[in-house]
Design a protein around this ligand. Structure first.
Ligand SMILES: [Zn+2]
Length: 518
């Protein structure tokens, strides 16, 4: 039976271009599902990308290595691929971070330098900590500034609890939970006031402290879960900026507040690499009947670098790579051309995809449909028509061929409203391209993995990613075979409830082509 089946499949593939019209949809769909389930490359790809290469911050050598890896991987599957330069960025390479409290007692602290933090050099920096003071106004802050000299300045509020709310909800007395929330929101308001009274935004505050001779800046950007912090970029140009875990930040903060004068030694090494080129990876399976029309898969390739970018957007990347691999094997002679875009620098403002839209008008005006995924490892559960009037017709037709176990979980919204940002599909929607977001179930994405130090391989839910690869491959197959070109008519958008003005389609915005400078 097994042999017979594979013989039939082989025949379908071999004579595909000749007898295609007679091949029922279901044979290709079944073959896609079978390949995804029985020959999945997801675990291998995830290990190579997340563990082997690691995080993919724009302008870093790892980002470049990832682009080279992706091209080599596509070529190994017989899919032509290339890296397209679209701009340049400040080059930086993360080195070790090692942080110790050396007084009043010794403890190695959990923390990391923020992206683009200046290096301390191998010897590190040892200094006392002080807390950003609560001053009356900006002139009082200027008078205080000389006190920053030679000190590590703690610029974040100490969280009153390291337990996430769901944990309080489960175990606390109701009054006790309410009291904690009230106190925490008062503390948050007071800290916001404290920052506001310096008269400086966060970027200028960092520079003012640096110019006053501070030894470094210490922050803690808790992400409302156990052990999880968000790790973004440093604003300093000469002194290190580090993030400490909630627990260690609280410890040092309380010791500082109680007059114990803690001293920290911070080793935060990094390299400045000058301006470096930035890329998108594009791969292509040429169409046989309408090669000038395109069905596109899309996912950003870059990440923040506190973790390894596993769910933002390693999993979106895996979905699109695996779908391309499966399609090239099961459906190697598509009616329309299949393209995939692995975008650089989404995190700094959709830069790679905006550049692609600007640089390739001939492709953009002939995209049949684009599918982007970028909100974590979960199964796709939402699909909006993005304000395209006829999206219901064609997406409905294409989805009808998706296995019921996958399809019935997806809640659709038609015509929906056009997304103005959030991920790369928006770059295309703004250009009037029927571009859609394959939106996942959360798996606590917002608190636990999105831009955090815990966005790592172990958070990937491979069964869900596999289901998404099947969905993406089938949607692409159906979009390629659809006899009609998708219409681009836009729905009349609802009145904006805030402004009372009629809704308007999001405008195209230019990419940042030279980033990380100034
Ligand atoms: Zn993302």
């Amino acid at each position: 039976m097994r042999k017979l089946k594979s013989f039939i499949l082989l025949s379908l593939i071999s004579f595909h271009s000749i007898v295609f019209a007679q091949v029922p949809d279901s044979a290709i769909v079944n073959a896609i599902v079978k390949e995804a389930n029985e020959n999945s490359q997801l675990e291998k790809l995830a290990h190579e990308l997340m563990d082997g290469i690691g995080p993919r911050l724009v302008g870093t050598p790892k980002m470049k290595k990832a682009h080279e890896w992706a091209v080599a991987k596509y070529q190994s599957w017989g899919i032509p691929a290339r890296n397209e330069k679209w701009g340049e960025w400040r080059g930086w390479e993360r080195g070790i971070t090692h942080i110790d409290m050396v007084s009043p007692w010794v403890k190695t602290l959990e923390g990391t330098q923020l992206a683009w933090s200046p290096s301390t050099g191998a010897k590190g920096v040892t200094a006392e900590t002080i807390i950003l003071p609560d001053v009356a106004d900006s002139s009082a802050f200027r008078q205080w500034l000389p006190n920053a000299k030679g000190k590590f300045i703690m610029i974040s509020m100490a969280q009153p609890t390291g337990r996430p709310d769901y944990n309080w909800e489960e175990f606390a007395e109701k009054e006790s939970f309410e009291k904690m929330k009230r106190q925490r929101s008062e503390a948050n308001d007071a800290w916001r006031q404290r920052l506001r009274k310096t008269g400086l935004n966060s970027r200028d505050l960092a520079l003012a402290l640096e110019n006053a001779g501070a030894a470094g800046i210490i922050a803690s950007n808790w992400s409302n879960g156990f052990g999880v912090n968000k790790i973004f970029g440093a604003n300093t140009k000469k002194i290190p900026t580090i993030d400490l875990s909630l627990e260690d930040y609280g410890l040092v903060y309380r010791l500082t507040e109680s007059g114990n004068k803690p001293r920290l030694t911070v080793h935060a090494e990094s390299k400045e690499l000058g301006m470096v080129p930035t890329f998108n990876t594009i791969a292509e399976i040429k169409g046989t009947q309408k090669p000038g029309e395109f069905v596109m898969l899309s996912a950003h390739f870059d990440s923040w670098d506190g973790g390894t970018g596993a769910t933002d957007n390693g999993t979106g990347t895996l979905v699109m790579m695996e779908a391309m691999r499966i399609l090239s094997k099961i459906y190697p002679n598509p009616a329309r051309t299949i393209l995939v875009g692995h975008w650089g620098s989404e995190e700094q403002g959709l830069n790679g995809s905006r550049a692609f839209v600007e640089d390739h008008p001939e492709i953009v005006s002939n995209i049949q449909a684009l599918f982007n995924q970028d909100n974590g490892t979960g199964r796709v559960v939402n699909l909006s028509g993005q304000g395209f009037l006829h999206a219901y017709d064609y997406l409905g037709r294409w989805l009808a061929k998706v296995p019921a176990s996958i399809r019935t979980q997806i809640e659709t919204r038609f015509p929906g409203t056009p997304g103005g940002g959030g991920s790369d599909y928006a770059s295309f929607v703004a250009a009037g391209v029927p571009a859609f977001s394959l939106s996942s179930t959360s798996w606590a994405y917002g608190s636990y993995t999105w831009h955090t130090n815990r966005d790592t391989y172990d958070k990937i839910v491979f069964d869900d990613v596999r289901s998404n690869a099947i969905l993406a491959a089938i949607l692409v197959y159906m979009a390629c075979e659809d006899p009609n070109k998708t219409p681009r008519d836009k729905a009349v958008l609802p009145v904006n409830s805030r402004t009372g003005e009629p809704g308007t389609w999001p405008a195209m915005r230019p990419p940042t082509r030279k980033g990380g400078v100034n």
